[in-house]
Design a protein around this ligand. Sequence first.
Ligand SMILES: [Zn+2]
Length: 418
Amino acid sequence: MSQPAVTVNGTHYRWPDRPLVVVCIDGGDPAYFRRFLSEGAIPYIARFERQGFSAIADGTMPSFTCPNNMSIITGTPASRHGISGNYYLDTATGKPIVMTGPELLRGDTILSRFAAAGAKVISITAKDKLRKQLGKNLDVSKGNISFSSEFASKANLKENGIENVLELTGMAQPDMYSMELSLFVLEAGIRLLEQKRPHLMYLSLTDWVQHKYAPEESEAKRFYREIDARFGRLAELGATLALTADHGMNDKSDREGRPNVIWLQDILDRKFGKGDTRVICPITDAFVGHHGALGGFVRVYCQGKAQPRDVIAAAAAIDGVEQALGREDVCRLYDLPPDREGDVAVISRADVCIGGAESEHDLSGLKGHRLRTHGGVSEARVPIIINRPLNDTYRLRVAGGTLKSYEVFDYALNGVAQ
Ligand SMILES: [Zn+2]
């Protein structure tokens, strides 16, 4: 007898008929899959595509890590869950607020609702900043598990529902800037699938490799071979496996290898005077080594005489700007929460990124690498690959052309053929 469906934020999800593992390949741009599939380097993913389902979906804008992970795990757009970046400006206090706290996440996670209905659920992330939001209202005292590979060595029963994670995987504590940080997540997922047979498992990797290496570089291929082998293991253990990404990745450097940056705060300061506008880069986090806090989407707050329409006109005139939109327009176009939006949103072209003031960005972390980053519309297309075919209803939905990456749990639970 199967259990009744679980309703989360208005969507009914069928009880899984076997363990479901959803993997968010951070920075998993479709270009990597295209290249490595054509080279025959990722045979398991090739088999999933042949025997199951594969498509390119619209990710959540801005194409950053937190908004997309929260979309996937709640099954809703950012206008519903409220996480529209890593930072927003509290206009009452003028202070930037980090958006990684569970209290800022609106609605429930699919994991927590299933757990409350009696399912065994497991969430493993590479970076700890995502762990708390993904684990919102998840009771780890009842056999559920939530930890990060970043803090694997500190995992404990009280906070994470698990201990001795290093022993579990047989791996050393991975470095923050390494492909092992992601491989650790997958190794732990394989062991826990073997040992605990959870109903739902969410595995979220890190985009260190994709920030650093283009699809044509051998280290990128090595990483995809490694993750492909582990996806094969998860599938062989009998899981429904759904792969997606939070965002893509583009090279944003010029021919000489220098980053193509629009220093928007400097431009607006020259035009309207210092202090009149404030540019917030919502890609910013503690790990600027990946991208120097440069992305394809920024918010501008008007604090003085410059009006949003003036800022839109000034930004739209800059070479490399793809879109400059007022609050209402950007929220309508990309399904964003108005209370966490700036007065103006500026989005760059695929080969360009946007920063604040040049003096406030430290690019030394790039260490001779070309700048590869994300945040714009050009990085908001992501793969969805499931190792089982879809039923007719969901095949028709895909054909309708509106596939969103936040529907991945819906597709993997309700859409697979029984
Ligand atoms: Zn990411």
